[in-house]
Design a protein around this ligand. Sequence first.
Ligand code: UDX
Ligand code: UDX
Length: 458
Amino acid sequence: MTNILCIGAGYVGGPTMAVIASHCPQHRVVVVDINAARIAAWQSDRLPIYEPGLEAVVRSALNRNLFFSTEVDRHIDEADIIFVSVNTPTKTFGQGAGRAADLQYWEKTARQILHNATTPKIVVEKSTLPVRTAEAMEQILNYNSKGLHFDVISNPEFLAEGTAVQDMENPDRVLVGGKDSISGQKAIQAIVDIYAQWIPRERILTTNLWSSELSKLAANAYLAQRVSSINAISALCEKTGADVTEVAHAIGLDNRIGPRFLRASVGFGGSCFKKDILNLVYLCEFYGLKEVANYWEQVVSMNEHQQTRFVSNIVSSLFNTIAGKRIALFGAAFKANTSDTRESPALAVCRGLLAEHAEVVITDPYALENARNELGEQADRVIFEPDPYVAAREAHAIAIVTEWAQYTELDYKTIFASMIKPAFIFDGRNILDHKRLYALGFNVYAIGKPPLTHNHAD
Ligand code: UDX
Ligand code: UDX
């Protein structure tokens, strides 16, 4: 039996450890967090995060070989392998503010491990961190007077929210990076052995530490870059009469490009893309690679432009003023099938509309609570309404900002009847039947498509 500990019971730590525990009944898996409410929620009927399939996996292992606890210190010493998945937000102060990763939680955790350990341990970097952090952590850990040796491994997560369980069960690949030394190789093997319980060996890649760390940042930068690229094309489509869905289909059929991650949208969100790209940008600047830094920074700028453009489009279409007008935002989550609102384009649009003094109503099946917290003081100026029909009542416009499947199934005839006329719909995710909505009487604006508008002056 191996004692596995995970520090950080968040979006990454919780699902990752639940799947490991369910596939490795021979190992004992403990997940600790300083947030007692979160730990209590993991042990309750209402898990702290919404993730399809997660409840079943947690139930299968909870209190068998999966345990949640707030006693960080005690569990550190019992562990053979410690995964660290504490948050690594973007720094808000000092050098690299707004770009570099804030490593204070990570370093604090490393020192806490050192303080409590009486036996050697493998420490696994699960949080996304700047390249060469593992080495820095190895130095902190191994500069000790206890005679203890620690091996640091990089094992980045590639979980997409909404499919986290599926991504863990059946990953495209697992990356395990470590040192070339004998103990480094032994540590790599120990981590490989865990994943090999259910993942084919050829999908578990072993690399050096820095390749593993950089691959994580590069993978997210590439994915985000695809979204920004198609969004850049969407702006041109709107000017030229081309249809971005047709263009995406046409280019995606090229095997070298492939069809995935080509959905034009109101922009990408989520806790990772922006943060990881800014991290990459900071690294490039740090190493004097200004042009490389500028190149990647454009991916973030284009994303911000797409969100601003969406708001401007609403304002100009609604006769250049939305002050006092009720606008219903369909969606708050940064994408469908999650309650997560971190960096959500829905909230960026909400802030843009509030700046124009609109009356904003947000509806979402799972993310309203998070949206309220995320909006902070501005939440007082927003109406949160779980029922989309009620949200749209007496509204001048609806904006689809999260691609929840349920929004495609609503009775838009009834919705149209309840709205102020002319009624507008802005499909920021291109999920609705635009021709049908137009036939119902809506003025329809989609991303990267010519608008379908009635000429009310006739
Ligand atoms: C985090 C990082 O944001 C991401 O970069 C990384 O890839 C994985 O870890 P996530 O799991 O989504 O992702 O973060 P979050 O849901 O905020 O969870 C982190 C948890 O760590 C929180 O529950 C927090 O309470 C806990 N934590 C933080 C500790 O237990 N100890 C600390 O010192 C700091
Ligand atoms: C991402 C990575 O996919 C994952 O591997 C990594 O570990 C964490 O970051 P996640 O943030 O959960 O996962 O979501 P993802 O599905 O990648 O979507 C990110 C954003 O891009 C969402 O806002 C989504 O709506 C948007 N998106 C995605 C588009 O706008 N168009 C697309 O074609 C795809």
